[in-house]
Design a protein around this ligand. Structure first.
Ligand code: GLA
Length: 385
């Protein structure tokens, strides 16, 4: 949506003019999937696909929300912020506002118009982008100084404790802290981070959405979390570790006999994926894109066979990508069960890649995949209009 159109939509929803634009990013994750809540390192990057909020301070006791493509206005009464958990639209915003209030921030009423260009349910973290952008808007209007890492943590809390999805910190951190043309190597147990230039030379990342209809992702995600918790507790009976990510592949081989069935598979994925993150970052720093591509493929196979979060659609989409001569590697990103893949593709071959993979995908699955033009951008932005 063009800015002029969004400003017009703001005016029709609320009357009056928007005064500020707050944005936060959707994200990809180069590698390090389903390890953030196990204390592992992840390697996400913020996208040009974003949650844009056009805002205006009103000073009333209400936060009013309106959304592109949805009629009507949602009102959040600031004296009852605990009561909006059941909202289909507006619960992320209510959760963020609720926990800010709990921290002692004196919220100031405002009108917020959402133009979110991160496709919903795509594994590109539309929810994190909404939470982070909302927190920034509310902090700015409250006139309270904030720290971006704190914004990420507060947003994660809203998602965990208000929306009921037990996610890790990766998405909110990337959405808030992302940096143009860099990926963020984030240690999720300490929140130490390093920006690494995402330099792919003649290659680029192609983001593709398998468009599988959303299906119980949150509940399946929460089950995976319980499985790795069980693995950790069992391993802790013989080894002094505080999270699965502390185990090297060699450590894990020594304790694997303690685990069985799916719990063993889940833990093996986590340990091996953590090892792949280190190798992938090194490969990128060395400019060894062939090695990086191989690690992306291995990550996908592990998410398919050990963690079991891919499904036919993501497997098909990434397998078709891998068949392409100019593609170095491909894998699903995010929680899985649907959503997106990333593929490393030669820039000059992207057009043909999208055409062929898109055609073969629709022939196999019966509906289309979507391909996005993406670039790596900053996380949060704040602008006076
Ligand atoms: C979702 C969660 C993240 C992370 C990924 C899987 O995107 O929100 O915290 O666990 O899944 O890596």
């Amino acid at each position: 949506m063009e800015r002029a159109e969004a400003l017009q939509a703001f005016e029709s929803a609320f009357g009056g003019q928007a005064e500020d634009l707050f944005t936060a990013a959707g994200r990809i994750n180069v590698i390090g999937e389903h390890v953030d809540y196990c204390g592992g390192k992840v390697f996400p990057a913020a996208l040009n696909l974003r949650c844009n909020i056009y805002g205006k301070k009103t000073g009333a006791n209400v936060i009013r929300l309106a959304f592109r493509g949805i009629d009507g206005v949602v009102e959040l009464d600031m004296s009852k912020l605990g009561e909006y958990r059941g909202l289909k639209i507006g619960n992320y915003q209510a959760g963020v506002a609720y926990f800010m209030q709990e921290k002692g921030v004196r919220l100031v009423g405002c009108d917020l118009y959402y133009d979110c260009t991160v496709p919903f349910g795509s594994g590109l973290s539309s929810s994190a982008a909404i939470e982070v952008a909302t927190a920034v808007a509310l902090y700015e209007y409250a006139g309270v100084a904030y720290d971006k890492v704190e914004v990420a943590l507060l947003s994660q809390k809203a998602e965990n404790k208000y929306a009921g999805v037990n996610c890790g910190i990766m998405d909110q951190f990337a959405s808030a802290m992302g940096k143009k043309d860099h990926a963020v190597l984030l240690d999720c147990s300490t929140l130490e981070y390093e920006y690494v230039p995402l330099k792919l030379g003649d290659y680029c990342l192609v983001v593709a959405n398998c468009n599988k209809p959303h299906n119980l992702v949150e509940s399946k995600y929460n089950v995976r979390r319980q499985e790795v918790e069980t693995a950790l507790k069992t391993i802790q009976t013989v080894k002094n570790v505080s999270c699965l990510a502390e185990l090297t592949p060699k450590d894990f081989a020594e304790v694997k006999y303690l685990l069985s069935g799916v719990v063993a598979k889940r833990a093996e994925h986590v340990v091996m994926e953590c090892d792949r993150v280190n190798r992938a970052v090194q490969a990128l720093k060395d400019g060894d894109l062939v090695e990086l591509g191989k690690l992306l493929n291995e990550s996908h196979y592990s998410l398919r066979d050990l963690y079991e979060v891919t499904g036919k659609e993501l497997d098909t989409l990434s397998a078709l990508a891998r068949k392409e001569a100019e593609c170095l590697g491909s894998r699903m990103i995010g929680a899985g069960f649907g959503g997106c893949t990333i593929s490393i593709v030669k820039k000059t071959a992207v057009e043909g890649f999208i055409r062929r993979v898109g055609k073969a995908y629709v022939e196999t699955i019966g509906y289309k995949a979507s391909f996005y033009e993406t670039s790596i951008e900053d996380g949060i932005t704040v602008e006076k209009l």
